[in-house]
Design a protein around this ligand. Structure first.
Ligand SMILES: NC(=O)c1ccc[n+]([C@@H]2O[C@H](COP(=O)([O-])OP(=O)(O)OC[C@H]3O[C@@H](n4cnc5c(N)ncnc54)[C@H](OP(=O)(O)O)[C@@H]3O)[C@@H](O)[C@H]2O)c1
Length: 275
């Protein structure tokens, strides 16, 4: 475990899973650098965390779809005068555009934010931490990366594979890399992406507080893969061990129930996650 007074940079630290990482790390005395696009929300979140926990909070307004903005955040990570001990690569969103669509922009946007910027920031943090001989990197993937539901699954499969590759390169340096694979979590994620949630059984939803508590335990231990909750550990085990044909069949069933829900309830985007 890193000393409690460490510092952490969290992308997407203003909402959902990222905001919960910010709260729990702040509660143990960790100074924060929060990255997101919305400046007002960054300022409000920073003020609340400073008031509640007395920690220092710096904010960087950046759109991680932009290479220039990602490079600006990377420069902050490599600033030797202000070392960052923990990187939480969390910013992301759902994608439900069909892979056959002739408009590839939603997929390219997802690749830029959830792959390219993760690569740029992970490399910058890894170099700086390796030079100091310690550090923790956590990349937020998804159990969706274990199945085959369009570009979101492909992007999150990349995050899992990338994280393990980075862990291999950093082995023995004092820097660890953890891929966090959440299941369905009650955040703004589904409403923002217009993804229906009626077909998801109530008992499968994870609470961000419990998810992040478990993830931080795994981060402290330097575990390579973190899958919070027994339910999703078991489901993930099946996704990793069933024949791929079966996994594709299950993925098709989930996708078609989502499509049916969208056609039956086209105006409803904020469902169980917010109710
Ligand atoms: N919720 C789930 O069920 C679930 C399940 C598995 C994995 N995940 C993953 O968990 C991560 C966090 O999602 P969440 O559920 O916490 O979603 P959320 O509540 O919608 O929060 C997303 C955060 O990312 C930031 N963000 C989005 N696009 C960005 C961009 N282009 N540049 C910089 N920041 C950006 C948002 O701030 P701004 O809008 O101000 O930029 C916000 O702070 C994502 O990687 C997601 O794929 C979520």
């Amino acid at each position: 475990m890193l000393p409690d007074m460490a510092s952490a940079l969290i992308t997407g630290g203003t909402s959902g899973i990222g905001a919960e990482f910010a709260r729990q790390l702040a509660a143990r005395g960790t100074d924060l650098v929060l990255v997101a696009r919305d400046r007002d929300r960054l300022a409000v979140t920073a003020a609340e965390l400073h008031a509640a926990y007395g920690i220092e909070v710096e904010t960087i307004s950046a759109d991680l779809a932009s290479r220039d903005d990602a490079a600006r955040v990377a420069t902050r990570l490599e600033d030797a005068a202000r070392p960052v001990d923990i990187l939480i690569n969390n910013a992301g969103f759902g994608v439900h555009a069909p892979l056959l669509s002739d408009d590839t922009s939603p997929h390219e946007h997802a690749l830029a934010v959830m792959c390219t910027s993760v690569l740029v920031l992970g490399g910058a943090a890894g170099r700086a931490m390796r030079a100091r001989g310690s550090g923790r990197i956590l990349n937020v993937g998804s159990v969706a990366g274990l199945i085959t539901m369009g570009s979101y699954s492909a992007v999150k499969a990349w995050v899992l594979s990338y994280s393990q590759g980075l862990a291999v390169e950093l082995d023995g340096t004092g820097v660890t890399v953890t891929a966090l694979l959440p299941g369905w979590v009650t955040t703004e994620f589904h409403a923002r992406a217009g993804i229906g949630t009626r077909s998801i059984p109530q008992q499968l939803w994870l609470d961000p507080e419990a998810l992040v508590r478990s993830a931080i335990r795994d981060l402290d231990r330097g575990r390579a893969i973190s899958i919070p909750s027994v339910r999703f550990s078991v489901l993930s085990w099946f996704a990793m061990h069933l024949p791929r044909r079966t996994v594709r069949w299950i993925s098709g069933r989930i996708s078609s129930s989502r499509r049916r829900e969208r056609s039956e309830h086209p105006d409803v985007t904020t469902l169980k996650a917010d109710s």
